[in-house]
Design a protein. Structure first.
Length: 272
C-alpha cells in the first residue's frame, strides 16, 4: 500500500499537473479506495474515492462516464456499511442502468449490492424480485464476473428463500449449490464459505440446537482467524446467522461486527 500511495502522490505532483496520465491516476485512486474499503478502513476509502470523483471531471469530464459505475458502486457500499443503508437504497433504486449496458460487470455488482441493501431493510420480497432479474445461467455470469460474484448471488438467494419460507426451493438451491460449487470452493481454500454453508444447512434443517453454546461457538469461530481480511459480503452472511441465533436485527449485527473487526490487528498485510 505505501508504494501505491507514493506513486499516487508523485502523479499528483508531476504528470497530473500537466494533465497527463489522468486515466492511470483515476485507476490508482480507485484501487486505493477499494483496497481500504476491503480492509474496513472506511474513512480512508472515502477520502480516496472523493479524490477520484473530483478528478473524474477534469479534461472536460473525459473519463467521467468510464469511471462512473465504479464510483457509484463503492460510494453506495460505503453508505451501506457506515450505517446509511436507507440512503444507499434510495440512490441505487434511482440509478439509470440503461446508460451503462456496455459496463455489465460493475452494473451487476451494483445490482447485487442493491439486493443486499434491501435484504438489510427486511424487504425480502422486493429483494427476491430483483434477484429474479438475473435471468442468465450461472455459467454466463461466471464468464462475465467470475466465480465470487456468482457464489455471492447464490448465497443471497438461499438466505432470501429461507426468510420467505420457500421450503422446497431452499432445499433445491442448497443441493444445487453444493453440487456445482463444493469442489471449486475446496480447490480454492474457501473454507469460510464452506463453513457458512454447513451452518445455514444446520440452521435450516435444525439438525442441531442452533441456540446451544456449541453452535454459537461454531458461528463465532468461523471468521475469527481472518476477520480483518474478510470481505464485507462474507461478513454480512455471517451477521445473518449471528442475528438469527441471537434473535437480533441483521443490519445492526453486521455493523457492530464490522466495528469489532476493524479494531483487530491485520493478520496478513495487503501486498501491492
Amino acid at each position: 500500500m505505501p508504494f501505491i500511495e507514493d506513486a499516487c502522490q508523485k502523479i499528483e505532483a508531476t504528470e497530473r499537473a500537466k494533465d497527463k496520465h489522468l486515466y492511470d491516476h483515476l485507476q490508482i485512486l480507485y484501487y486505493l479506495a477499494n483496497t481500504y474499503f476491503r480492509i474496513k478502513n472506511f474513512e480512508l476509502s472515502a477520502s480516496y474515492l472523493e479524490a477520484m470523483h473530483s478528478n473524474m471531471s477534469l479534461q472536460n469530464n473525459k473519463y467521467g462516464t468510464i469511471f462512473h459505475l465504479q464510483y457509484e458502486l463503492l460510494k453506495n457500499l460505503l453508505l451501506i456499511y457506515t450505517g446509511k443503508n436507507d440512503e444507499a437504497v434510495a440512490k441505487m433504486s434511482m440509478f439509470n442502468f440503461d446508460k451503462f449496458k456496455n459496463k455489465s460487470d460493475y452494473a451487476l455488482d451494483l445490482k447485487l449490492t442493491l439486493i443486499v441493501a434491501l435484504f438489510f431493510q427486511n424487504k425480502y420480497k422486493e429483494a427476491f424480485k430483483k434477484l429474479q432479474d438475473f435471468h442468465h445461467s450461472d455459467q454466463w455470469y461466471i464468464d462475465k464476473t467470475g466465480y465470487i460474484w456468482v457464489i455471492q448471488k447464490n448465497l443471497i438467494e438461499i438466505l432470501l428463500l429461507i426468510e420467505l419460507d420457500y421450503m422446497d426451493l431452499v432445499e433445491s438451491r442448497l443441493n444445487s449449490f453444493k453440487r456445482k460449487y463444493h469442489t471449486h470452493l475446496q480447490e480454492h481454500n474457501e473454507y469460510v464459505v464452506l463453513g457458512f454453508l454447513k451452518l445455514i444447512t444446520s440452521f435450516y434443517y435444525k439438525t442441531e440446537n442452533i441456540y446451544s453454546e456449541t453452535f454459537r461457538g461454531k458461528v463465532d469461530n468461523l471468521l475469527s482467524e481472518k476477520s480483518k481480511d474478510t470481505d464485507v459480503f462474507t461478513i454480512s452472511f455471517h451477521a445473518w446467522i449471528k442475528a438469527k441465533i441471537n434473535k437480533a436485527e441483521v443490519y445492526k449485527t453486521c455493523l457492530d461486527y464490522i466495528k469489532v473487526v476493524s479494531q483487530m490487528p491485520n493478520v496478513n498485510e495487503i501486498i501491492d
